[in-house]
Design a protein. Structure first.
Length: 287
């Protein structure tokens, strides 16, 4: 019986069979029925129809780089070789990224007494040897002048003046030795919380400034300082006068400046580098 809302049923209609096939319901497939690739009345597909690698566990992209698929974990990222990583270790000009000098592991006994337990030590530096220029020049000049004067007075048979000249030379050399010892005990110290300057032989002086209080920092290099690699650091703290403001004759000022600035603004990067270096050291010891 035809559809009452459609045209009347005509057994001689040539399109009747086509319409009945179009409106025929699609049968459901059972659990044992395959997808119909190569069997049944449906279209068939060959195994090499161009669907890529049939294996679900591996393959490669157009660049030839191998990749691995884990059926349980999903897609895994490509495996990058060492040759490809080597290109990331240099900039466009071919220069390798700049690295800071290795950090010291442990503070000296002179510095350790001024650090509290939760403070992380970053390094200590003596002033540049140019800091001793004046005492050394005075010692050399006194040696030549007083030595010549002592020989001259000895020829004049003036024993008292010769003795005074020798004693004066010992006094000058004692002053030079004092300056050298004071230079040896004078240290600039950096930790993860502050900068310090410790100096003095008999009377010890300790000046410090928290890194969180530093509002401005710069270093200055004269032409001689650039040639000999030393400079003067100037620290500002909220426009206030403080004991630790100008530190003269520090060695490697550019390296030291980067070290302090990194500690101020990127402490996590310092910790990450220290952790990586510690892991590498343990791996080398194990090997």
């Amino acid at each position: 019986m035809g559809n009452p809302s459609g045209p009347p049923f005509d057994p001689d209609d040539p399109d009747r069979e086509r319409r009945e096939q179009d409106t025929e319901p699609i049968p459901r497939l059972g659990p044992d029925d395959g997808p119909g690739y190569g069997t049944g009345p449906g279209p068939s597909f060959s195994d090499d129809a161009g669907y890529g690698d049939p294996s679900p566990y591996g393959g490669s992209d157009r660049s030839g780089r191998a990749w691995i698929r884990d059926p349980e974990a999903g897609y895994q990222p490509p495996q990058i070789s060492e040759d490809e990583l080597a290109g990331l270790r240099a900039d466009a000009a071919g220069a390798a990224p700049r690295r800071v000098l290795p950090l010291e592991d442990e503070p000296s006994s002179l510095v350790a007494r001024y650090l509290f337990p939760t403070e992380r030590y970053r390094g200590e530096w003596k002033r540049h040897w140019v800091h001793l220029t004046t005492p050394l020049l005075v010692g050399v000049a006194a040696t030549f002048v007083l030595g010549y004067l002592s020989g001259f007075l000895a020829g004049q048979d003036v024993g008292a003046l010769t003795t005074i000249a020798v004693l004066l030379w010992f006094a000058v050399m004692g002053w030079v030795a004092w300056k050298v010892a004071d230079w040896w005990y004078d240290r600039f110290i950096l930790t993860n919380k502050r900068v310090m300057v410790v100096n003095g032989i008999i009377t010890r002086k300790v000046a410090m400034m928290p890194l969180t209080r530093v509002t401005d920092m710069k270093y200055e290099q004269s032409p001689t300082g650039r040639a000999l690699n030393y400079g003067t650091f100037v620290l500002e703290s909220a426009g206030q006068e403080q004991a630790l403001r100008e530190i003269k004759n520090l060695p490697n000022p550019n390296e030291l400046y980067l070290r302090v600035v990194e500690e101020m603004y990127e402490p996590q990067a310092v910790e990450a580098r220290l952790g990586k270096e510690a892991d590498e050291a343990k791996a080398d010891d194990g090997a």
